[in-house]
Design a protein around this ligand. Sequence first.
Ligand SMILES: [Zn+2]
Length: 426
Amino acid sequence: MVIKMSLERLKKEMVEMGEFGRDPQRKVESYSDLDPEKGVTRPCGTDANKKARDYVVAHMEEAGLKVKVDKVGNIFGRLEGKTDKGVIWAGSHVDSVLNGGQFDGTLGVMTALEATRRLIEEDHENYRPIEVVVYTGEEGSSFPLALLGSSTLIGKVTYDQALAAKNRDGEILEDTLEKIGYKGDFERKLDDVEYSLELHVEQGPVLDAEHIPVGIVENITGLAWILATIEGEENHAGTTPMKMRKDALLAATEIVSLVNKNALDLLDKYGGSTVGTVGRFNALPGAPNIVPGKVEVGIDVRDVVEENLTFMIDEAKKALKNLEKKYGVSVSLEMPFGVHKAAPLSTEVVDTIELSAQEVKVTAKRMNSGAGHDSQNIAEKIKTGMIFVPSIKGISHAPMEWTEWEDIEKGTKVLTQTLKNLSMKK
Ligand SMILES: [Zn+2]
């Protein structure tokens, strides 16, 4: 009975949060309520983002949590423990991509709040403090630096650097935060924080396809982009003989199947979760009667195993360079952010989540995350774990993103139990 009441409370709050940034503003309670054209748009610093933050803060305070906001707008709602050391964080983000869904990020914040409230209502006497966390600007959809709040917390960027970040309109984060009332006055140090949890939608199809309600993330994938420009010779399609061409597109097509083949080969060899995608392929000038003179190719490769990721990168680079000789083209390469290394999550926390799932009788499976999250930053400094719940058809960052309420309840149970178990560690 208690659990049922709690799901209703969480569902009501998730639905209300889903109104902020939806145009027209309306409640979406089930998959059939979704409009494939109209999702949630709530980038960091927008009016909708402010409303979502205000909503969370009001509910944190109502639950008796003490709310603090740091200089870059990260929000912490704290439940004191018997000690003030070994703090446990649980949370995610409330900003969204343009025209995204209502669960990505928000679900991690609202389930963390719900789990904390359940502990309070059960009179669970937590030994350690618990903080419900909202990270600023995870998506990078207004300020181009993704994972902004968590990058600042771990010192990857300084508070000053983050505050000087400019959005698409040229406004700096500091002014934006002032405007929405979330420019706090302190820098959150991590010395007293020991564990971090994040519940998130899977954003992939595995749990949905296998009908498993909860995923326990062991690794967050490593990622690299290779952006290549292949230049040949733009020329007349009628008068340039076949053997005298420098066709940039003909050369570039080799890369598409090569990246795909390399990923499949690694999968055959090791199982694992290698992916390789050529997601950008732009042939210029793009007329049927002109031999293409230039092609822009964008490659995305990901793997949780560093050697595999390196293999994917090296092979793609080598193949691109080989095109020069074979087709008489020239190739230039760029890796805009280098390599984001894979982040292994804490085995202690992973084991605790698994045990907690067993205790509350929820089926769970260990898996990897193919998408990036604040937790991959936090994991560099704090023992971190992630709990996934299914995304219907694997869809996310789109209006049709959906997770069934019963799966959300199961994920929340596992999160609550994990929080309970970690909070009693001496
Ligand atoms: Zn997210």
